[in-house]
Design a protein around this ligand. Structure first.
Ligand SMILES: Nc1ncnc2c1ncn2[C@@H]1O[C@H](COP(=O)(O)OP(=O)(O)OP(=O)(O)O)[C@@H](O)[C@H]1O
Length: 288
């Protein structure tokens, strides 16, 4: 079997904001159906990179081809067409809190219906049926008439996933989708994104800053530091030590010190069952 078709091809991408170089020569090729995590500290350039994929931002230099299109050159209808093929999930869900769950999901299909829409009944029945199907898939059957702002964070992110599915996207971009969720909801939402990605053969790019989650979730992990790719590796067999290098020398030393202290404590206390949960959070916090 040959390699999968490249759906995202980024070459030597530079993004300069005034004096700040947010992306400093990023090259990245992602194949169809690949599930990729972007990992890095706050400010390393993850969101900026994702924003270039559907032209929410324009590069200073370098090239970006997505689904065969030269993204920075797209305008008008061609740009809308590309964006309709790229679903996006944000950290803060970006739902309209006062609208029902179903209407929020239906807004994901706005680009396919002519003119403005108000209320779920203004959408064609076929779209309502599709939206209900997506809500069922994300585990929210029966919640369709509830106001979106009465749901928990994890449920709201599920609504956002269902909304993205209304576009029948080929690519899914998720920018820190679980940054504002508790660990249990985070895991559920991340599992759901991966399952849906696999079921539909979507290419998924997801930014995260939780090391443990990033290591176990995707097919491939791309580490960013100061706008550069410093790690690009399959996740299978990946050691945490390699991943920690994404966080730079200072954070890595904090991580090593933490590990060493845990090892000496473990010699005194026999129960070390939750040790694996600690270093990522500690280092992530120390480094931010
Ligand atoms: N529109 C902008 N104008 C000026 N600077 C910006 C802009 N967008 C991003 N930056 C800067 O670019 C750098 C990279 O930001 P970016 O949001 O891509 O990082 P990130 O890795 O996604 O961080 P986080 O995990 O906090 O979301 C940061 O220093 C940020 O302040």
């Amino acid at each position: 079997m040959g390699s999968p078709r490249a759906v995202v091809e980024i070459n030597d991408l530079v993004k300069q904001y005034g004096d700040l170089r947010a992306l400093d020569g990023v090259s990245l090729t992602v194949g169809e159906g690949e599930i990729v995590v972007l990992l890095g500290l706050s400010g390393s350039g993850k969101s900026t990179l994702l924003r270039h994929i559907d032209q929410l931002d324009l590069p200073t230099s370098g090239s970006i081809r997505v689904l065969g299109q030269d993204v920075p050159a797209l305008r008008g209808k061609a740009l809308r067409r590309l964006r309709s093929r790229v679903g996006v999930i944000f950290q803060q869900f970006e739902l309209v809190g006062s609208l029902s769950v179903l209407e929020n999901v239906l807004t994901g299909a706005l680009s396919t219906v002519a003119g403005p829409r108000l209320g779920v009944w203004s959408y064609p029945r076929s779209l309502r049926t599709t939206a209900l199907g997506h809500l069922e898939r994300v585990g929210l059957a029966g919640r369709e008439h509830q106001r979106a702002d009465t749901l928990s964070g994890g449920q709201q992110q599920r609504v956002a996933i269902a909304r993205a599915l209304m576009q029948s996207p080929e690519i899914l971009l998720a920018d820190e989708p679980v940054a504002s969720l508790d660990p249990e909801s985070s895991k559920q939402v991340m599992d759901l994104i991966r399952e849906i990605g696999r079921e539909r053969g979507l290419t998924v790019l997801c930014s995260l800053h939780q090391v443990e989650l990033a290591m176990s979730w995707g097919d491939r992990l791309v580490g960013l530091q100061g706008g550069r790719v410093v790690l690009d590796t399959p996740t299978a067999g990946l050691e945490r030590e390699s991943v920690m290098r994404v966080y730079g020398a200072e954070a890595y030393e904090a991580y090593e010190a933490y590990e060493a202290s845990e090892v000496s404590e473990a010699a005194e206390v026999s129960d070390v069952s939750d040790v694996s949960q600690q270093p990522a959070q500690t280092v992530g916090q120390a480094a931010q």
